[in-house]
Design a protein. Structure first.
Length: 753
């Protein structure tokens, strides 16, 4: 199976989305299809042996809409000039029609005030009352400004379906056609004692208000994709590459893999690569969420679109175009924004029968009022009101707009959410399982304690560190790397070691500055006959804390010990405390021995641990927690975490980890900061809360609005809803839903501090 994303045009409401889904699903070879009305795109899973995106697009075109495949090379199409111009042209056309309709509607409403109020208003010229003038003014508004309603309604009729445009077309055309009779045959009404009233102003005002609503909706929907545009705006426009020994500035699209790229202070890094010369600090906040600049030197990776702060350097391009980290982020966000959340299914089911049901209610309304009152005018007003006030758009936009803003906000905070289902499920989580190494901890040995026999006087500690690190830098052991890194962080200058030797399972030794240095285990010191009593108490303490202890002897006398551990990340304690205060159970999962696991668990405040778990048992552990009736998230970063990430209800991969873990996860936390877990869950809760608000408003609006328009209050209060008010309510219902969704842009994560 393969996936394809299609860009759609021509949808006017959620019923259109349902029609497109039906058309795509009817194509042989299509396995699954989701049409997102808010994002105006479709995500299709299909069998490439039976069909292809072009055939699927033809099926969409055949039912009156347009579709085109979105290629990987089109990742940055949201910033494409042609698309921008098309969107702006559409909005300009709407603005013109709203202005024309608004001016004409104002004239018509003023001319109809005597009829609507039943009063004679002296300052209104008599010629404005003339039905022939009103006919002339209304006709272009209805059939030019409102042409799209009739065109789309006709297309729907040919497909044997009905959409929101159908309701608007029937309602406004009913008012217009009814008004033609008293215009052409006024005597027919007066002879029978009926007022020759016309409702041209209702048709014109309704068209204008709905067009205004659509214009506002388009502009608001455009803001839901703001996150995509921000991401795209991060990329550099050009790159300075070295070709044939000469520096040349070229467009970003012309950079090829293997190019040597030069970056100066204050410039954006154009593509992903590896530093080969020079060093700098780089601000990666825009793509990782990491607020502090990161120091980079030869051998380190750099990410395209991040900002070089201090130094100049050269790097070799390793990923360009659609393969860059930024491009992958944009692709994931687009996929998530085009997906559907399970909570949307109810709205989809309702919109499937919504328009036919409204038409049936409108017909019943006309028949009932005409039979009860014998008044065709009253029957017409209520019927038009029912057709106009009903709004499937609000239902169709309730979920996708919130999902689009929510997933975009996640990307801004360094959280990549692969699908709407993951975003929705995250708010139901009860248990968070954290892998220890690389997730709670840094994932690499670090010197945490350094104790010397002679203390720090006269630079003793610094000199001892120089001797130890000078020997250790000849070793490839991870503990040796920890010692060297610690020495470099302290600014210690290392020296060459002679006669270096590594003793497997014991330690290393060699001469530095004519001094014999031996570094290794407590057992090895005892085997060498070196007295360790001077630091025995410190050794016992560090061993109790679960740290690995190495001894340093100079000329066969112990001078110091180092405690080395996989240090806990600075944010882990705060993140775990916040998760627990949110009512979540936090569990630690590790392959390490229980003693080490308990030490880390105590440090970060975790009460339940699974230790000495083999890689193949991690998924079984997650399954065990699920069997307790818990909705479980697994957070990990290694290859051996991938099965557990896939088993969990929500898999969260640390973005600093392996590609396999990221591929198996539902949510990727770009940096290693565990506070992003808190942000992801809080964002999920905020998004679902926003969706529920939207759905509540959309349902209540229609449940209350349709009966009121049908005249349910007339027997009690003698009051009927004016179709103009119904049109205004309908026009702004979908705008209010989108506006509410846009409030998510103000989302800010909260931690305990």
């Amino acid at each position: 199976m393969e996936n394809a994303n299609l860009k759609l045009r021509g949808m006017s409401c959620a019923s259109c989305a349902n029609a497109i889904e039906d058309a795509i699903r009817s194509v042989r070879g299509v396995n699954e299809c989701n049409v997102n009305f808010g994002a105006e795109q479709a995500t299709v899973t299909y069998d490439p042996r039976k069909t292809d995106p072009e055939v699927i697009c033809q099926a969409v075109n055949a039912v009156g809409y347009s579709a085109q495949p979105m290629q990987d090379d089109d990742l940055f199409a949201a910033d494409d000039d042609a698309q921008q111009q098309a969107r702006q042209a559409e909005n300009r056309a709407l603005v013109r029609k709203v202005w024309v309709g608004g001016i004409v509607s104002a004239i018509l409403v003023i001319g109809s005030l005597p009829m609507m109020t039943g009063l004679s208003i002296p300052f209104i010229p008599m010629w404005l009352h003339n039905p022939w003038l009103q006919l002339v003014l209304t006709t272009p508004v209805l059939f030019w400004c409102g042409a799209s309603f009739f065109i789309n309604a006709w297309k729907a009729l040919k497909r044997h379906t009905a959409t929101m445009d159908t309701l608007v077309a029937i309602g406004t055309l009913a008012a217009y056609l009814y008004s033609l009779f008293p215009t052409f045959l006024p005597g027919f009404f007066t002879d029978r004692g009926l007022p020759p009233d016309v409702y041209y102003e209702a048709a014109a005002v309704i068209v204008t208000l709905i067009l205004l609503g659509r214009l506002l909706e388009n502009r608001a929907k455009g803001q839901t994709s703001e996150a995509i545009r921000k991401l795209i705006g991060l990329q550099a426009k050009t790159a300075r590459v070295i070709r044939n020994g000469t520096e040349v500035d070229i467009p970003l699209a012309e950079v090829i893999k293997g190019d040597i790229v030069l970056v100066r202070p204050g410039e954006k890094i154009p593509v992903d690569g590896e530093i080969i010369d020079g060093s700098s600090t780089i601000d990666e906040a825009m793509v990782t969420g990491e607020s502090l600049p990161v120091k980079k030197q030869p051998g380190d990776e750099v990410i395209g679109a991040t900002l070089n702060k201090t130094g100049s350097f050269k790097f070799r391009a390793t990923r360009v175009g659609k393969d860059t980290f930024l491009a992958q982020i944009v692709k994931l966000v687009q996929q998530a924004q085009g997906s559907k959340a399970p909570i949307q299914r109810l709205a989809d089911q309702v919109t499937g029968w919504f328009v036919p049901a409204v038409i049936a209610i409108a017909i019943a309304t006309f028949i009932i009022w005409y039979n009860i009152m014998g008044n065709v005018t009253m029957a017409l007003i209520t019927t038009v009101g029912v057709l106009i006030i009903a709004c499937p758009c609000a239902l169709g936009l309730a979920t996708p707009t919130s999902i689009m803003v929510g997933t975009g906000k996640g990307a801004e905070n360094g959280i990549l959410i692969k699908g709407a289902e993951s975003l929705e499920l995250a708010h139901k989580l009860k248990t968070i399982v954290l892998d220890k190494t690389g997730t709670i901890t840094q994932g690499k040995p670090t010197v945490t304690d350094f104790v010397t026999v002679n203390g720090t006087a006269n630079g003793n500690e610094r000199n001892l560190l120089r001797l130890a690190a000078s020997v250790e830098r000849n070793s490839e052991h991870p503990l040796a790397e920890a010692v060297v890194n610690y020495a470099q962080s302290q600014g210690v200058e290392l020296r060459d070691a002679q006669e270096f030797e590594a003793i497997a399972g014991s330690g290393v030794q060699g001469y530095v500055s004519n001094q014999w240095i031996q570094i290794g285990t407590h057992r090895w010191m005892n085997e060498l006959g070196i007295d360790t009593n001077a630091l025995q108490e410190h050794w016992d303490r560090l061993e109790y804390l679960g740290k690995t202890v190495i001894w340093i002897a100079v000329n066969s006398k112990v001078q110091g010990i180092m405690g080395i551990a996989d240090a806990v990340k600075p944010s882990s304690v705060n993140a775990i405390r916040t998760l627990q205060k949110m009512g979540l159970e936090v569990v630690m999962l590790t392959g390490d021995n229980r003693r080490t696991a308990e030490v880390i668990a105590r440090e970060v405040g975790i009460k339940r641990i699974f230790a000495e778990v083999r890689p193949d048992q991690k998924a079984e552990t997650v399954e065990k927690l699920q069997s307790e009736g818990k909705i479980v998230a697994m957070v990990g970063d290694g290859i051996n975490d991938a099965p557990a990430l896939a088993q969990a209800d929500v898999g969260m991969a640390i973005g600093t980890g392996t590609d396999v873990a990221i591929a198996a996860s539902d949510i990727t936390l770009i940096s290693g900061d565990l506070l992003l877990i808190v942000t992801a869950i809080q964002l999920s809760r905020a998004t679902i809360r926003n969706i529920r608000q939207n759905l509540f408003f959309a349902f209540i609006y229609n449940v209350a609005g349709i009966p009121i328009a049908a005249g349910i209050l007339f027997p009690i209060f003698g009051w009927l809803l004016n179709p103009i008010i119904a049109g205004a309510a309908m026009a702004f219902s979908s705008v209010s839903v989108v506006t509410n969704a846009l409030r998510l842009r103000n989302f800010q994560p909260k931690t305990t501090g």
